[in-house]
Unconditional design. Structure first.
Lengths: 540, 205
């Protein structure tokens, strides 16, 4: 305050002015300020400016600038949902573990004992390849799932600290996992062809060799695994480890001490393979000169096996011609099978396919061929068929109920997304086709395995869940819109029953099923997008 | 003071009925209450917590807390005042937990500039900045300054309520608000020196 003793002449400070304006001064002070204001123009001006500032602040702050975001439109429910999901996820993992231990693992054991040691394609491709030597201890998918669950729970618990970066955290977690596992893999010699790569004859690579090139020619020797990503691959040298190849065409002309695992259009084997051959190919050819010490597992369009196979054969083929010899058992699932006059199968032969196999007169079979020709289409005359439909209905109803009760917000979102039939089906078809492709791409890049498997799991769940939302839509169409859980359950049950009934219809049922999956999947994708997207909804 | 402006009007009788229904566990009434007050609460959180995601989370958490604590609400007091109290406590806790508060608990008139602001400059500042810019400027303030301005000029809280929420002496609230105003002026580009009065001859107080 001013040094003057006259209260009228004493200017007040800014705080006093503000307190006066806001009615926070006691009576005596208020009177003093009022009296001073009546004689002091500058203080009056100051007070006026402060008052205007208050109005300005109030207007700026109280402006209804932003509508409430979409994810806040529904009132929050009690915090049970997250725990519900976690328990459901935990139970699911436990259930899978039980199924694995009680059913899959024993069958796998039996298959191993029978010689099909590499029977599981997934395990073989990802968990025993040279890429994934570090995964050997984590061979079981269940263990992986358990770790994933644990990671999911940990991330969820830490979510508050990391704020909203759950998705990023997930990906980063997978990355860190991949990176920590990477050092387990032996150091490798990585070669990038420009555009082609040739390992000249006489040269030897003393470690694993990874080649990425348009064309790859391996004439020299590799004292380790050979991993090749190339359009045309020809291996004429000696590979002491495994060959893992991805390409258009792969020719193996030199001896391989380990396994051959390939994903390609054309596979041609002309030499000795010490262990097993596993392939996913359009055309596979094993020439007379070829010898495989272990087993052969193939998923192939057309195959010609003229060489000598020491172990078992497991093959899924469109067309199989066999003129070589098989030391073990053969399990063949093919459209057509022809065993030529020089063909020989020492163990049992099981064939499953649409056409009777042709066995030429000279062929030698250890035991008569067991042929199963599966009936196409269901047997409508059997009661059990309908009973199974009812059970399937029950399972999907239970699943739908779980979603409805645990995540009602998402359920409503997905159901309303399903109402936009065009976009839902469009997106659904897109994701139905694109997701597996994305997964394959993700899995074949070093970092992406965890992401790929997680996406695959989500994809499988989405396919199963799809019909739930379409059913809810059908139910609502028939019985009219409703609010509340009870009526929604009724509508869900009715809709699912109708879908199940439609799926029974011969031929059309298949397409109806596809349509329902696409439609529901699109609804799920749209609902998820709406939940994750930052877009605003207009507040009501 | 007009709290209804930010929260949307609802007659007292209607509100009392809705509240008793919510207490009885009526989900529709809860939805009604939420729809009525959520937009204002969200905007409140948006102003107090700079990150949008935080504001969204906080809005949800505030309503969870409201639902839990509704039994403790004293119907003789305005509901919106209680709601803002719950919201401000929650947001203040959130900020405090983050430990990013840089402003000091102590502080007095000493830290305020001694000169009066130039009223003309102040007016120019107000004319030159849109509401959006003011809110953007608000995000640059220290937590407590920002909180004080929002509690006072958005939620229309009394000095007592502000003192209670921020854990300061009541007498300090005025200083806090004035300092926050100064900081906001500065954040909006009007430097303190520029705003200092020339017309008033730099009156010392």
């Amino acid at each position: 305050m001013s040094s003057s003793d006259d209260p009228l002449a004493r200017h007040f400070d800014e705080v006093t002015g503000l307190l006066y304006l806001e009615g926070q001064l006691d009576e005596e002070h208020t009177r003093e300020v009022s009296a001073h204001l009546s004689v002091c123009a500058p203080c009056k001006q100051l007070l006026h400016a402060l008052e205007k500032e208050s109005v300005w602040l109030r207007e700026s702050l109280q402006a209804e600038d932003e509508a409430i975001p979409a994810r806040l439109i529904a009132p929050p429910q009690r915090g049970a949902a997250h725990w519900g999901w976690m328990i459901a996820f935990g139970l699911c993992a436990a259930g899978l573990y039980t199924v694995w231990n009680g059913f899959v693992e024993p069958s796998y054991e039996r298959a191993s004992q029978a010689g099909f040691s590499q029977g599981n394609v997934l395990t073989m491709l990802f968990f025993t390849g040279a890429f994934w030597k570090g995964w050997d201890q984590m061979r079981s998918v269940t263990e992986l799932l358990a770790v994933a669950t644990l990671g999911g729970v940990a991330i969820w618990l830490l979510r508050k600290q990391w704020r909203r970066f759950t998705a990023i955290a997930f990906v980063m977690g997978a990355l860190v996992c991949a990176l920590t596992l990477a050092p387990v893999v032996r150091a490798a010699d990585v070669q990038r062809g420009a555009p082609s790569y040739t390992l000249p004859a006489g040269q030897e690579v003393k470690t694993d060799l990874i080649v990425i090139a348009d064309r790859a020619r391996i004439d020299g020797d590799v004292d380790g695994d050979l991993i090749v990503f190339s359009e045309y691959i020809t291996v004429s040298g000696h590979v002491k480890g495994d060959i893992i190849g991805f390409g258009q065409e792969l020719r193996v002309n030199g001896p391989v001490d380990g396994n051959v695992r390939v994903l390609c259009q054309t596979l041609s084997l002309n030499s000795t393979v010490g262990k097993n051959v596993m392939g996913w190919a359009g055309v596979a050819e094993m020439t007379e000169k070829a010898t495989v010490g272990g087993t052969m597992t193939e998923i192939v369009g057309a195959a010609e096996l003229d060489g000598k196979l020491g172990g078992d054969l497991l093959i899924f083929a469109g067309n199989l011609e066999m003129n070589g010899s098989i030391g073990g058992n053969a399990k063949i699932r093919a459209d057509q099978l022809r065993i030529g006059p020089d063909g020989e199968i020492k163990g049992e032969t099981k064939f499953e396919g649409r056409h009777q196999p042709v066995v030429e007169s000279g062929a030698k079979l250890g035991s008569p061929i067991q042929v199963t020709i599966p009936k196409t289409g269901p047997d409508y005359s059997r009661v059990t068929y309908y009973w199974h439909r009812v059970l399937l209905w029950g399972a999907s109803f239970l699943f739908g109920l779980l979603v409805l009760l645990l995540a009602p917000g998402f359920f409503v979102d997905a159901e309303s997304a399903a109402k936009r039939i065009g976009p839902a089906i469009g997106f659904g078809v897109l994701f139905f086709i694109a997701t597996p492709i994305a997964v394959v791409i993700a899995c074949f890049t070093i970092v992406g395995l965890s992401v790929g498997i997680a996406t695959l799991l989500f994809y499988a769940i989405a396919i199963y869940a799809a019909k739930v939302f379409v059913a809810a839509w059908i139910g609502e169409k028939l019985l009219g819109p409703s609010s509340g859980v009870g009526p929604a359950i009724g509508r869900l049950a009715l809709g699912l029953a109708i879908i199940r009934a439609l799926l029974i219809v011969p031929y059309a049922g298949f397409w109806i099923g596809f349509l329902v999956i696409a439609w529901g999947m699109g609804a799920i994708v749209l609902a998820l997008y709406r939940r994750m997207g930052p877009q605003l909804a207009h507040a009501t | 003071m007009d709290r209804a402006k930010t929260t949307g009007a609802m007659s007292e009788a209607d509100l009392a009925q809705v509240l008793s229904q919510v207490r009885a566990g009526d989900a529709d009434a809860w939805g009604e209450l939420y729809r009525r007050y959520a937009p204002a609460m969200f905007r409140f959180c948006r102003r107090v917590l700079p990150a949008r995601e935080d504001a969204e989370d906080a809005t949800t958490e505030i309503f969870m807390r409201v639902r839990q604590k509704l039994g403790t609400y004293d119907a003789s007091r305005p509901f919106t005042a209680w709601l803002y109290k719950v919201a401000s406590n929650h947001c203040w806790d959130t900020l405090r937990r983050r430990r990013i508060r840089q402003d000091l608990e102590t502080g007095d008139l000493d830290t305020l500039p001694l000169e009066h602001p130039d009223p003309d400059q102040l007016e120019r500042l107000q004319n030159e900045h849109t509401s959006k810019e003011v809110r953007a400027g608000l995000a640059k303030l220290p937590d407590r300054a920002r909180m004080a301005l929002v509690l006072r000029y958005y939620a229309d809280m009394s000095y007592d309520e502000i003192a209670d929420t921020l854990g300061v002496r009541r007498a300090f609230v005025g200083v806090l608000l004035l300092r926050a105003r100064h900081q906001l002026r500065e954040a909006l580009g009007g430097s303190e020196a520029g705003l200092a009065a020339k017309a008033t001859g730099g009156r010392k107080t």
